[in-house]
Design a protein around this ligand. Structure first.
Ligand SMILES: NC(=[NH2+])NCCC[C@H](N)C(=O)O
Ligand SMILES: [Mn+2]
Ligand SMILES: [Mn+2]
Length: 307
């Protein structure tokens, strides 16, 4: 199946404000140096690099009341939400270059608002080692990059849960999480209570990535906007060392390619976040290059013609 893609805009968000390690703020530049704009252009996509958004610097403080850098995280997410919303309103596909995963709050809030206005269904495909469903009372770290899914579903500080208006941006039924293998104790209970649809590594081991992805994409149709939230720590650390919170036992190269190819085949991808890439922990930008390779597959690159 091949599709034509709308024009794409790259938006850099160079910050590690929600993370526990410094360095994710260098992600946008590493992705550019790994050739992301050129790779998309080579696929015939009209791509414009908007450069980097601007936000507060990282004061690198310990958490207060269960959150590290809440004020700065709110500011960054407002900037991201506005940037992503402007691209969607102009009929373009935003690709957010993070930055840490707290930025998913702003990005997905903008996408959800756009879908409500356009009368489209939303399906978020969350590729991650982590559920990112912590709240300030259960977080082991206070790092807000461990909380974006909870915030989007209405659990968290009002400044984040109501970033785009007074209703939660997302209903748990709109998200599918793939590759999960690290969920904190208190977080497990919340995931269960809110009925998140989690395709964890145990499930993927048992049924295979193909069936897991068929299920995760079930119901996606021409009226569905698919948002892909790609936390690079989704990948097994043996192939993707350049992230701050590695967890062993993730998808290998072929499984990751299949995920991307199946999302491409769904024909529904309307927006993408690439987050948590940390060039300071990488080996010669190899993780960034792998991310670019996988994004090519997300945009329909395949070995043979398959129509
Ligand atoms: N987006 C991420 N890399 N999240 C990692 C979260 C790690 C851990 N669960 C925490 O809340 O601190
Ligand atoms: Mn993660
Ligand atoms: Mn994450």
């Amino acid at each position: 199946m091949s599709r034509s893609y709308p024009p794409v805009s790259l938006l850099g968000a160079p910050t590690d404000i929600g993370a526990g390690h410094r360095g994710a703020g260098l992600g946008p530049e590493a992705l550019r140096i790994a050739g992301l704009p050129e790779a998309l252009a080579a696929r015939g996509i009209d791509v414009v690099d908007r450069g980097n958004l601007d936000g507060p610097r990282n004061p690198w403080q310990p958490p207060t009341d269960g959150y590290r850098h809440l004020g700065e995280v709110v500011e960054w997410n407002r900037v991201v939400m506005e940037g992503v919303a402007a691209e969607l309103a102009a009929g373009r596909m935003p690709i957010l270059l993070g930055g840490d995963h707290c930025l998913g709050i702003g990005s997905i809030t903008a996408v959800a608002n756009h879908c409500r206005k356009a009368g489209k269904k939303l399906r978020v495909i969350w590729l991650d080692a982590h559920a990112d469903f912590n709240t300030h009372n259960v977080t082991p770290s206070g790092n807000i990059h461990g909380m974006p899914v909870a915030c989007l579903c209405g659990l968290g500080p009002q400044e984040l849960t109501q970033l785009g208006g007074n209703a939660p941006a997302l209903h748990p039924s709109e998200i599918r999480q793939i590759g999960i293998r690290s969920v904190d104790e208190g977080e497990k209970r919340l995931v269960q209570e809110h009925g998140l649809d989690v395709y964890d590594m145990r499930y993927i081991d048992e049924v295979g990535m193909k069936r897991a992805m068929e299920e995760a994409l079930d119901g996606v149709d021409a009226d569905t906007h698919v948002h892909v939230s790609f936390d690079v720590d989704f990948l097994d650390p043996s192939i993707a060392p350049g992230v701050g919170t590695t967890v062993p036992g993730g998808p290998n190269y072929r499984e990751a390619q299949l995920v991307m190819e199946m999302i491409a085949d769904s024909g529904g991808m309307g927006s993408l976040d690439i987050v948590e890439l940390n060039p300071l922990l990488d080996a010669q930008n190899a993780t960034a290059k792998l991310a670019v390779d996988l994004v090519e597959s997300l945009f329909g690159k395949s070995t043979l013609m398959r129509d």
